[in-house]
Design a protein around this ligand. Structure first.
Ligand SMILES: [Fe+2]
Length: 291
C-alpha cells in the first residue's frame, strides 16, 4: 500500500508479519504532520496494530507531541503503598526510561531493569487501560532485548468454540505485580497491587474486532469461577495467545519508534547479554473504560 503525505513526499506501509505489525517508511516524526498523513497513520495502526518507524531522531518533546495525536499523554502512576517496588528511583512524570543502567551507587536510573518479561499489556489493571504505547530506541544491545508482539485478534479467532462459549461475557481480574515479569502470583494480596476487573473478550474501538485480553503476567482469575477451573481455562488462553504463529518479534535499532495498540496485542521482551545495557524511552496515552 502506498500513501502520500503532505509536504513530506510519499510514505508507504509494509507488512512485517501475516497477523501483526507494519513498517511505515518515508516519514520524519519530528516534523509536524498534516491531517491527511495523521489519518493515514491511524488507519494503518488500526489495520496492523504495531507500527515501526525506523531512523527517527526524536527529542522527548517530539515523542510526546506525536503520541498526543492518539489521546491524552498519560501520567505515570506510582505503585500502591504496600508494593515492594521502591518509588524513589524514578521520576513519576509522563515519560519512563526503560533501562538497566544504574548510577554510581548501583541504584537504577530507570524502570523495568534487565532481562526477560513474559506477555503482558500495559495498564490493563486500570479502569481506563492506556490505549497506546510509544517506545523509542536509544541504546540497543547487540543481540536479544527484542519486543515480541502477539495479535489478540488472531488469538480470539483461534479460540475453540467451546472455550469462547465458556468465556464470552466473562470478567477477569487484571493486576500488576511490580518487579515480577512472569506469571502473576495468584496468592498476592490485591491491596498491594494495582488491579481492575475487565472483560476477557474486548472489542477494539478502532477496528471493531474482538480480542482475547488475557496475559500471564496480568490476568489473575476469571471472576466468579472456581480457581482451578479458572486457571485451566486461562492456561488454554495463554497457549493460544502465545502461539509463535501469531507473534512478530521486533529487533530493535537505535532510532526506532514503535507504537502499538494495547487493545489489539500483548507484548513481551527477550533477554540480552548481562554485560550489555538497553535504554528505551516510553510514554503511553489514555484510553476509555472497557465497560
Ligand atoms: Fe509493557
Amino acid at each position: 500500500m502506498s500513501l502520500v503525505a503532505e509536504g513530506t513526499g510519499t510514505i508507504s506501509v509494509h507488512k512485517l508479519h501475516p497477523h501483526i505489525g507494519a513498517e511505515v517508511r518515508g516519514i520524519d516524526l519530528s516534523r509536524p504532520l498534516g491531517d491527511g498523513t495523521l489519518r493515514q497513520i491511524k488507519d494503518a495502526w488500526h489495520q496492523h496494530t504495531v507500527l515501526v518507524f525506523r531512523d527517527q531522531n526524536l527529542t522527548e518533546d517530539a515523542q510526546r507531541k506525536f503520541a498526543s495525536n492518539f489521546g491524552p499523554v498519560a501520567k505515570r502512576v506510582p505503585p500502591p503503598p504496600g508494593s515492594a517496588r521502591k518509588v524513589e528511583a524514578v521520576a513519576w512524570d509522563d515519560m519512563m526510561m526503560i533501562t538497566d543502567h544504574v548510577d554510581a551507587n548501583g541504584k537504577p536510573v530507570g524502570s523495568l531493569g534487565h532481562g526477560e518479561m513474559w506477555f503482558h499489556t500495559d495498564k490493563c489493571y486500570h479502569r481506563r487501560p492506556h490505549r497506546a504505547t510509544f517506545l523509542y530506541g536509544i541504546e540497543i544491545p547487540s543481540e536479544g532485548g527484542d519486543t515480541r508482539f502477539s495479535s489478540i485478534y488472531a488469538a480470539y479467532d483461534r479460540m475453540p468454540a467451546e472455550l469462547k462459549k465458556k468465556l464470552e461475557g466473562a470478567m477477569v481480574m487484571q493486576g500488576y505485580q511490580y518487579g515480577h515479569g512472569h506469571r502473576i502470583d495468584l496468592s498476592i494480596d490485591l491491596k498491594d497491587i494495582h488491579h481492575c476487573s475487565q472483560p476477557i473478550i474486548v472489542v477494539n474501538p478502532g477496528s471493531r474486532r474482538k480480542g482475547l485480553y488475557a496475559a500471564s503476567v496480568n490476568t489473575l482469575w476469571v471472576e466468579g469461577m472456581d480457581r482451578d477451573e479458572s486457571e485451566a481455562l486461562l492456561r488454554q488462553c495463554f497457549d493460544i495467545v502465545e502461539d509463535p504463529a501469531i507473534i512478530y518479534d521486533h529487533k530493535w535499532r537505535v532510532g526506532d519508534l514503535v507504537m502499538w495498540d494495547n487493545l489489539a496485542c500483548l507484548h513481551a521482551r527477550t533477554d540480552w547479554p548481562s554485560e550489555q545495557k538497553r535504554l528505551l524511552r516510553r510514554c503511553t496515552v489514555e484510553g476509555e473504560p472497557l465497560y
